[in-house]
Design a protein around this ligand. Sequence first.
Ligand code: SAH
Ligand code: SF4
Ligand code: F3S
Length: 486
Amino acid sequence: MDRSENKYEYKGSLSTADTDIPVTEPERQYFFMGKVKEIIEEKVQELGRPLTFHVTTFGCQMNARDSEKLRGILLKCGYTESDSEDADLVLYNTCTVRENADNKVFGRLGVLHGYKKKNPYMMIGLCGCMAQEDVVIEKLKKSYPFVDIVFGTHNVYMLAEILLERLTSEKKVIDVRQKADRIVENLPLERKYSFKSGINIMFGCNNFCSYCIVPYVRGRERSREPEAIISEIKRLVADGVKEVMLLGQNVNSYGKNLENPVSFAELLRMVNDIDGLDRIRFMTSHPKDLSDDLIDAMAECDKVCNHLHLPLQSGSDRLLKDMNRHYTKEQYLTLVDKIRERIPDIALTTDIIVGYPGETDEDFEETMDVVNRVQYDSAFTFIYSKRSGTPAAKRDDQIPEDVIKARFDRLLSTVRSIGEKKAEALTGQTLPVLVEEINKQDQSLVTGRLTNNSVVHLKGDSSLIGQIIDVHLDECKGFYYLGSKV
Ligand code: SAH
Ligand code: SF4
Ligand code: F3S
């Protein structure tokens, strides 16, 4: 990039040989936030307007949580948050789990380029899971030279340091690490909701399901120390948080590699003991590691929500083996029975992939059989997407699109009708709802969730946001309820 294009030439004193740069984290990052802030404040003075940022999040809850970290850092750097992408700094926190996630990002980068042509101060950043892929980096270098900063999933905490490098040089910065060298605690963080929060309990994944790219872009499993998790949740509760979502790609293997191993069931009990916390959720549970001890903890901990997301992927033993899932259809069904025996009214949801390489009609019927037997409250259904670098992508028995489409439509309509029937069964009951927001379509309504994660709309105003109130479920509209405060 031409130097004249960098409108932020730093006039203060900064050299990487600077002896005041702290060597320990997070102090080092706070130092860089301070330096970026000097530059931003100077520009704000000069322009007589705030410098704005926008973080756009794609993908899962992990990314949503990372985006809160990015926003926290940018606010500390002196930026003002904007709800539009027509801002002075736009960061795309990307997902690459399926191909259409990648395509969406590349398409939207074109739109950002349009904004950038009109705003000489605009910078564009790309981070998250796509950034961990070599093919993406090559494509960005070749066809998207207007992207200023690129960093990966392992150095989210370094945003201020990366930004400073960009602001003080004429080159764009690409800083993607192959491995996470550490877990940096105590960085600033700006929550999307005041009353609920995701909490990382572990990072990465060791499972290498044959179709999945996550282990390649998120690295190996690393658990946080339970003390760090508990003290973070206590701080959140003191700050008004009522509901936490414990996050990990496979929470059931939490703590196994800690110096003093702690199981997920033990962690759940510790979190349940935190005064002032009302609700605990977690994502995601791998069926292969779901212990009896965890089922007991879920049944006994009063704050644990009445919901379990238990990804199935396929009902065919042959495909499950090929997928490297380490359970059979029967083992999965037995697990479901065991859970329902202990927690009879628990809501069960799942993820299912249609059209995995080599999937026959018989394989698909096995999946339908599980869906019909388990009677899920809802399910995310995905068309298999070939991810280069994964074992499944190398197979030559990929399934034709029309066959996948027919199976997918059949699965979706079955999942929907079962979900509607299950939801209908709660109509007429009075249940606690955590009110989350003003309804987007109708401002006289607020929207909240039951502990089973179903959505409820009811008459009310912003004073109810963040409160848990008893609501009578007047009417079921398929996937949501209309209710009234009692
Ligand atoms: N760690 C979680 C899943 C994270 S990815 C777990 O194991 O359950 C979320 C979901 O995306 C997966 O459950 C799977 O159903 C789906 N998925 C992952 N890779 C996919 C691919 N290549 N094609 C289609 N769906 C995929
Ligand atoms: Fe992907 Fe499997 Fe890990 Fe989930 S458990 S993130 S599906 S590899
Ligand atoms: Fe996507 Fe990365 Fe999550 S690939 S699903 S954002 S871990």
